[in-house]
Design a binder for this molecule. Structure first.
Ligand SMILES: NC(=O)c1ccc[n+]([C@@H]2O[C@H](COP(=O)([O-])OP(=O)(O)OC[C@H]3O[C@@H](n4cnc5c(N)ncnc54)[C@H](OP(=O)(O)O)[C@@H]3O)[C@@H](O)[C@H]2O)c1
Length: 243
């Protein structure tokens, strides 16, 4: 795989789980990684220290991706600090199970703000500053193809992001910028409660949960030069739970 030496990558929600694995993987390839987080300051410090300990480059930046001004600031400040942005990974997310009848308007808005609106405007800002041949990867969920109970608003917000991927891929293709979605299946992070862990193990023909590194490898491919001909796609990375 081609090295990301000298490239600047933003990974949202990278203080733990899948985002952390993506940040570490891109840093291993040589990218300078902006490690975004919401509240977990001690965790993000550990992620940055681990990357730096292996000779990589990373900085932590707090921003609430569900707030458009913050999502914009993350991209604008990165461009100002490093004079370039090459990669944006919209990974930040939070699954709050709610049935239709239990979903308040605030619950609904919170899902849309974090998984659809914030990433949309982060992409808009990135489109202004990103170098040609840049890469955008949106993290969605295999659940958009599974539709499990209590996840309707969450998965609706994820479906919006998958749709944005296709439209923005068309708009940015003339500059060689690719835009893709990765849809993880049940992945072994703090987000999963025990019932979902068990469901995930049963649903995958591999009979295990995904590991954050399984997802990070797919993202590493999509941001590489070798993936230049892949755009507008939703790549299932769920251990076969969607076929
Ligand atoms: N694990 C799975 O089975 C699975 C399956 C499908 C899709 N996904 C998606 O994959 C992504 C990563 O999930 P994960 O499993 O790795 O969960 P995780 O370990 O809980 O990580 C979530 C990350 O998102 C950050 N975050 C949450 N709200 C944020 C906000 N408003 N602004 C900025 N950052 C925010 C958290 O930061 P703080 O720690 O600072 O709060 C944390 O870094 C999410 O979008 C999730 O929906 C996960």
């Amino acid at each position: 795989m081609t090295s990301l030496n000298g490239k600047v990558a933003i990974v949202t929600g990278a203080s733990s789980g899948i985002g952390q694995a993506i940040a570490e993987r891109l840093a291993t390839e040589g990218a300078i990684v902006v490690v975004n987080y919401l509240r977990s300051e001690s965790k993000v410090r550990a992620v940055v220290a681990a990357i730096q300990g292996k000779g990589g480059k990373a900085v932590a930046v707090q921003a609430d991706i569900s707030v458009v001004a913050d999502a914009r600031r993350l991209v604008v400040d990165t461009a100002a600090q490093f004079s370039r942005v090459d990669i944006l990974v919209n990974n930040a997310g939070k699954f709050v199970p709610k049935s239709l009848l239990d979903t308040s308007e605030d619950d609904f808005d919170a899902q849309m703000a974090l998984h659809a609106k914030g990433p949309y405007f982060a992409m808009q800002e990135a489109a202004k500053v990103m170098r040609d041949q840049g890469r955008i990867v949106n993290i969605s969920s295999a659940g958009t193809k599974l539709h499990y109970y209590g996840a309707t608003a969450y998965l609706g917000s994820r479906g919006a992001l998958e749709q944005f991927t296709q439209g923005i891929a068309q708009e940015l293709a003339p500059r060689g910028i690719t835009v893709n979605t990765v849809a993880p299946g049940f992945t072994d992070t703090g987000i999963l409660t025990e019932p979902y862990r068990q469901m995930g193990i049963q649903l995958s023909p591999f009979k295990r949960l995904g590991r954050p590194e399984d997802i990070a490898e797919v993202v590493a491919f999509l941001v590489s030069e070798q993936a230049r001909w892949v755009t507008g796609q939703t790549i299932q990375a769920g251990g076969g739970i969607v076929m």
